[in-house]
Design a binder for this molecule. Structure first.
Ligand code: NAD
Length: 515
């Protein structure tokens, strides 16, 4: 029986009857004992709405065993038959998109339209994977030697894994598992336990789409489950998305254990504003990027690096927009920003605001006093704007992952780009200008892989790659697109000679040449 959570947004408050989610192994939910579970909160109400299992080595072992058993048949399934499963899954996600979005809003707090946009951006990579027969072609190189040809094959690795964060419980996993599965691998997913409702739905929809049992498995848990994945000899490759500290550890331990690992991690993105920018458009962009999803996006531009007098002209436009923002439960009509995903994280953001004040930044807007009148127990926080932020401050250097923006003043374009290139993180960036020459220079000179030109959240389309540099990624390849196909496959080179009747060369022990 499935244990998907009841309907959003405020289901099952308190009490013993709380629904318990289950791991998903070998195509079925796995019942767990209540005492081995942890709470799931609705951040808009502050109530516990469900219990989520805390899996460990035993559950990872069961999932890997199921995946390893399912792998050979899935690898050998004709490409068009595999593709049909993807088309069916695509249709099911599309049909359930609002239910999925409401589950995201309930567990995470982001607004319903934002959650729906997340589902649609995740679906792009599923749609890309529907065309898998054309992506998986190898290469044929005739005449590498006399009457000898070479074939280059791309083959799946076996059992692969994904470890994902709380902030995009649908989109980020959908950037990983479609490519792992379409290339013929089996998959074990360790999602975040903070936002499990949409996870469960994805597992159920894969079964409904006809994916064979065992090809897609879910194990909930924290450190213990991650350690078991890192140590398991049956797992060939892992893609991780989450914070820098954990991603660095996953990359170090995973690669030391002989696995392929791509870890895409934390960020502190900065947008440059030149004096010739369209300031109304730039103010909209800064507010949308910084405060959308309560700043809990790895692509949020949280530093606004202004050049010359741009800061003086931009700041009042930002303040005006801040005054109009509506903060409330994500399912409410017209709300711009929902609550923070957890009480602990809200407290951490408040400590960052305190720190910014201690460090001498000018507090222009203070989000700390905000309380929602009808939801006193929700994890709400207002939005904060600092001015006069400098590279010497912790609030400049560190990722806050909340609705806190900082204006940094510089005199020249070169100083602005120099700051971005010297930052410990390099995930996304943007420039706001009407000068095509400056924009062109920026895209060539900035050392950050995802760049927006008058675009504040430059998340590439789902069929293109997504990466990071410096502290924002520990990976040789980017996520998604061609790089991900490479990540989830191993190349084989086959050298072929067909004997011709009546023609045999002389026996020779010399190393074969290619002439
Ligand atoms: P997190 O690092 O706390 O968790 C990520 C995953 O690791 C989760 O599945 C979690 O259960 C697991 N985990 C957490 N602590 C662990 C530990 N000590 N040992 C082993 N596993 C552990 O990240 P989060 O708070 O869920 O997500 C927010 C972070 O993710 C931010 O830093 C954000 O920038 C980053 N992020 C990055 C991208 C990207 O593409 N670069 C995208 C989304 C989020």
């Amino acid at each position: 029986m499935t244990t998907r959570l009841p309907s959003p947004p405020d289901a099952a408050p308190g009490g013993a009857a709380l629904p318990i989610l289950s791991h998903w192994i070998d195509g079925h939910p796995v019942e767990v004992l209540p005492e081995t579970t942890g709470p799931v909160y609705n951040p808009a109400t502050g109530q516990v709405i469900a219990r989520v299992p805390r899996g460990g080595a035993a559950e990872v072992e069961a999932a890997v065993r199921a995946a390893a058993a399912a792998f050979p048949a899935w690898r050998d399934t004709p490409l068009i038959a595999r593709s049909q499963v993807f088309f069916a899954y695509r249709e099911l996600v599309w049909r359930h998109r609002e239910e999925m979005a409401a589950l995201i809003t309930r567990d995470h707090g982001k607004t319903f339209p934002d959650a729906l946009a997340e589902v649609m951006r995740g679906l792009e990579t599923v749609e890309y994977a529907c065309g898998l027969p054309t992506h998986l072609a190898g290469m044929n190189t005739p005449n590498v030697s006399t009457k000898v040809d070479a074939l280059t094959l791309r083959q799946p690795l076996g059992v692969t894994a994904g470890i994902t964060p709380f902030n995009f419980p649908v989109m980020v996993p959908m950037w990983i598992y479609p490519i792992a599965l379409m290339t013929g691998n089996a998959f074990v997913w360790k999602p975040s336990s903070h936002t499990p409702g949409a996870t469960q739905l994805q597992a159920e929809l894969w079964s409904e789409a006809g994916l064979p049992d065992g090809v897609f498995n879910v194990v909930y848990g924290g450190r213990e489950a991650v350690a078991a994945i890192l140590e398991h000899r049956g797992i060939a490759a892992i893609q991780f998305v989450g914070s820098t500290a954990v991603g660095r550890m996953v990359h170090e331990r995973g690669t030391a254990a002989g696995k392929r690992v791509g870890a895409y991690t934390g960020a502190k993105n900065a947008m440059v504003v030149l004096p010739d920018a369209d300031m109304e458009l730039t103010a909209d962009a800064a507010i949308a990027s910084g405060f959308g999803s309560a700043g809990e996006r790895c692509m949020a531009q949280t530093l606004i690096i202004t050049v010359g007098d741009a800061g003086d002209r931009l700041r009042p436009l930002m303040e005006e927009r801040i005054g109009r923002l509506r903060i409330g439960p994500g399912m409410d009509e017209g709300v711009d920003m929902g609550p923070i995903y957890s009480a602990e994280h809200r407290d951490a953001i408040i400590r960052w605001i305190d720190r910014g004040i201690e460090e001498g930044a000018e507090l222009v807007a203070d989000g700390r006093p905000f309380h929602h009148p009808e939801r006193p127990d929700g994890f709400f926080l207002g939005v904060t704007l600092f001015d006069g932020v400098t590279p010497a401050m912790d609030i400049y250097r560190e990722e806050i992952f909340g609705p806190v923006l900082g204006i940094v003043r510089t005199a020249t374009y070169d100083q602005a780009v120099g700051l971005i290139n010297a930052h410990q993180y390099g995930n996304g960036t943007a420039i706001f200008t009407t000068d095509g020459g400056a924009a062109r220079r920026f895209q060539l000179e900035v050392d950050v892989p995802m760049i927006g030109i008058n675009v504040p959240i430059p998340v590439p389309a789902g069929y293109l790659s997504f990466g990071g540099t410096r502290g924002s990624a520990f990976a040789d390849l980017q996520m998604r697109g061609e790089d991900s196909i490479r990540f989830f496959t191993r190349q084989k080179e086959v050298t072929v000679r067909w004997p011709e009747p009546g023609r045999r060369g002389a026996l020779s022990l010399v190393f074969p040449g290619n002439s």
